[in-house]
Design a binder for this molecule. Structure first.
Ligand code: HEM
Length: 397
């Protein structure tokens, strides 16, 4: 058998998490796909074309677990997370059920609420006056939790609990399966209780939980396990990914005053700038499991092995994007893969785009000038989703 293009690569290495892009550039020139023994073994393709073809090849690559680490089939309990963890054909049925709730028209209806949430957060920051400010914990990390809580019909008052679950499942738990499964159990128990309450409610509210309880596939109601799994995904999938994008965009604007000034002067560029921030700072890396022996870019992969989908690497591939490491705020052609590619492409992309746009518009209108606080470090977490943990800023200099 041909020698594997092996390297020692740790997706959780703090230096890599701080700035993953030079490593991805190096790997891309070294070999289209490399293998590391870390975390039970991972293949890492870095070219857009290969990452795209893996996402589209559901015959060879399964989504049964999309975590970058953790049990593979046969190694322990896998997280049931429909539709992200489903393969064809059932995937399409579940996805079809959810699409209307995340259509452009449906998300337009959520925009006023999002503006209110953003406005309140900004008013709190402005009312405090000058002093140290952490745009990650005081701003970015609140917006998506509050929005999805309202959409699902769960109390915003439990925001701290939801954030704690995200932290334990996707951050701390990303490489500590026992932390992850304890938190996942709490989420499932919470939603199981809510579903029971709803079923007993003679006039249930008009929200996503009620919708899922009434939903049918081929004339049959959704299995309870599926309803809980879907609610789990809807709560988890859109929180740290979106707060990551808000945080990274603010980090960019704090460190690139020319881009900040341009966006303040030309707010009409915002929709294109949002796409560019998503491309440049794509937060999510997903995974697949090879269903059978196959190849990636001519390199042999064995059945059962884990293959990462580092969308952040795909989005800086010079074969696809000119000036890949620069923010071109008015980039005309921008077919980035921040939301994934293929059948699992992000269901919440309209929502995420709207939240990012509204958050940045609100922030720039209130705080047109800001920079990094030289006395406090920006810190990042990474692995499955890279995001700013703290983003200390100074306003208005
Ligand atoms: C900037 C924010 C976001 C990013 C970067 C992002 C990224 C992604 C990516 C890369 C995938 C593909 C997964 C795969 O191929 O295995 C995905 C799928 C998904 N995302 Fe997002 N996401 C974001 C926001 C959201 C939001 C706000 C929601 C709303 C609840 C959401 C819900 C989902 C769901 C349900 C899937 C699974 C779709 C399927 O399997 O058919 N995401 N997302």
């Amino acid at each position: 058998m041909a020698v594997r293009p092996s390297i020692d690569f740790d997706i959780f290495d703090p230096d890599f998490v701080r700035d993953p892009f030079p490593t991805y550039d190096r790997l891309r020139t070294q070999s289209p796909v490399v293998y590391t023994e870390r975390w039970g073994g991972q293949w890492i393709p870095t070219r857009y074309a290969d990452i795209e073809s893996i996402t589209r090849d559901t015959d060879h690559f399964s989504s049964v677990t999309v975590s970058v680490v953790g049990p593979k089939p046969g190694e322990g309990p896998l997280l049931i997370a429909p539709p992200v963890s489903l393969d064809p054909p059932i995937h399409a049925d579940v996805r079809r059920l959810l699409l209307p709730a995340f259509s452009v028209a449906a998300i337009d209806r959520v925009e006023p609420l999002t503006r209110t949430i953003v406005g309140e957060l900004i008013a709190d920051i402005a009312a405090r006056g000058p002093g140290p400010l952490d745009a990650a914990t005081e701003f970015a990390q609140h917006v998506p939790v509050r929005v999805i809580a309202a959409m699902l019909g769960i109390p915003v008052a439990l925001e701290a609990t939801f954030t704690n679950w995200v932290d334990r499942i996707l951050k701390v738990g990303a490489n500590q399966p026992e932390v992850q499964s304890a938190a996942a159990r709490e989420v499932r128990e919470y939603f199981a209780g809510l579903v029971e309450e709803r079923r007993a409610d003679p006039s249930p509210p008009d929200d996503l939980i009620t919708y899922l309880i009434g939903a049918q596939i081929d004339g049959a109601p959704l299995d309870r396990k599926y309803i809980i799994g879907i609610l789990f995904v809807l709560l988890m999938a859109g929180i740290d990914t979106t707060w990551s994008s808000i945080g990274s965009s603010l980090w960019h604007l704090a460190t690139h005053p020319e881009d900040r000034e341009r966006l303040v002067a030309q707010p009409e560029l915002m929709p294109m700038a949002v796409e560019e921030f998503l491309r440049l700072y794509s937060p999510a890396t997903m995974a697949r499991i090879a269903r059978q022996d196959c190849e990636i870019a001519g390199v042999a992969v064995r059945a059962g092995e884990r293959v990462l989908l580092p969308f952040p690497a795909a989005n800086r591939d010079p074969a696809v994007f000119s000036r890949p490491d620069e923010a071109v705020l008015d980039r005309e052609i921008n077919r980035h893969s921040a939301f994934g590619l293929g059948i699992h492409r992000c269901l919440g992309s309209n929502l995420a785009r709207m939240e990012l746009r509204v958050a940045l518009e609100g922030w720039l209108a209130a705080f047109p000038s800001f920079e990094l606080d030289p006395d406090h470090a920006v810190t990042w977490t990474g692995g499955q989703v890279r995001s700013a943990k703290t983003l200390p800023l100074i306003l208005g200099r």
